[in-house]
Design a protein around this ligand. Structure first.
Ligand code: KG4
Ligand code: ZN
Length: 334
């Protein structure tokens, strides 16, 4: 089946065409990072309005390339995310499906992140799976017994990992989104030393990042108080120090989940899974096969939405022309 996937839960407008859940025919992402960068974070109304023009251009491109004729169904993110941004995507998707006389289906964004693992993937991913989903809004450990059966094992009790990357970067005036900027600066650290604390919530698969956020900000402000400014090499060392503390906590909990549930496969996904240090540490740690989507499929995109719809057999349901949006949708809700 050839599915058009549409994503607009936050600040990326994504459109992709995916064949049989794995073969990527077309994949375009229009990022709004530059627009929001000047505000230091996402402005919801600006994001929603920007999705309107981005989808217009991206759909025109599909038409120009004669790609619309091939599509058999439209899958669109219905939540979680920003209500205004979701509404733009859902309404574009419904109009497009109606005019092409094909079905439209709403998809859970979190399931999309996990299903990115099947795109262009050469190995068979066996169940049960332990998935670590780390994004700007979520940090979750999930036991997947099948494509549809997902059990939440643990989640962050405060900030999400990506959110903390963005906040620490903002405190150092590095720009938005902070994750890739911290990643790149950390690579250039000469000391590559961690002194910041790795949080551990005992006997639990839950995470916590707000303590690390506060310690990092205090560490930075102490340096500024003492030296008046942050030198370039100090920024790189702080980025490594902070990033390693985040990665170590993610790794510790993933190891705990793998030891407890003994899965056949491990998936690591979501925007923070694009982090080079996390990818390296994870690939270096486990005997169980690990699948981490390519960095561009870790951050928000339309292909993952098409993949989730395909594997969850969503098109067996009736077309959802009355589809609404669900800003607080949970992982377990298909
Ligand atoms: O999955 P995503 O694109 O959107 C959400 O669903 O939230 O994740 C965005 C988050 C942002 O917080 C961003 O800073 C982070 O992913 N991110 C990274 C990297 N690339 C994106 N964090 C660490 N290292 C990266 N290379
Ligand atoms: Zn996302």
């Amino acid at each position: 089946m050839i599915i058009l996937g549409m994503e607009s839960s936050c600040d990326d407008t994504g459109i992709a065409i995916l064949e049989n859940g794995t073969n990527l025919i077309h994949n375009k992402i229009d990022s709004q990072a530059e627009i929001h960068s000047s505000f230091g974070g996402i402005v919801p109304e600006v994001a929603a309005r920007q999705h309107i023009s981005s989808f217009g251009n991206l759909i025109q491109e599909l038409k120009d390339k004669n790609l619309l004729n091939e599509i058999e169904g439209v899958a669109v993110t219905k939540g979680p995310g920003l209500a205004g941004s979701l509404l733009v995507g859902v309404n574009y998707a419904k109009s497009l499906a109606y005019s092409l006389d094909i079905p439209v289906i709403g998809v859970n964004h979190l399931s999309g992140h996990i299903h990115a693992a099947w795109i262009n993937n050469k190995v068979t991913i066996k169940f049960p799976i332990i998935a670590l989903l780390v994004s700007g809004g979520h940090t979750e450990l999930i036991l997947m017994k099948s494509h549809k059966e997902k059990i939440l094992l643990g989640q962050t009790r405060d900030d999400a990992a990506g959110e903390v990357f963005d906040k620490v970067a903002r405190y150092m005036d590095l720009g938005y989104p902070g994750g890739p900027l911290i990643d790149n600066n950390a690579k250039l650290s000469k000391t590559k030393k961690r002194t910041l604390p790795v949080t551990n919530i005992k006997d639990s698969l839950d995470f916590s990042f707000s303590g690390l956020k506060t310690s990092t900000i205090k560490y930075i402000s102490d340096i500024i108080d003492e030296y008046g400014d942050l030198e370039d090499h100090t920024i790189k060392d702080i980025c490594y120090n902070f990033q390693d503390a985040v990665v170590q906590q993610l790794l510790n909990k993933l190891m705990f989940a793998v030891d407890t549930y003994k899965p056949q496969s491990i998936i690591v996904c979501g925007g923070v899974a694009a982090n080079s240090h996390l990818r390296f540490r994870i690939n270096d740690t486990f005997k169980t096969p690990v699948i981490i989507p390519s960095p561009s499929l870790c951050t928000d995109n339309g292909a993952m939405i098409a993949a989730a719809a395909y594997y969850e057999n969503s098109f067996q349901k009736k077309s959802e022309l009355d589809l609404d949006v669900y800003p607080s949708l949970k992982l377990e809700q298909i």
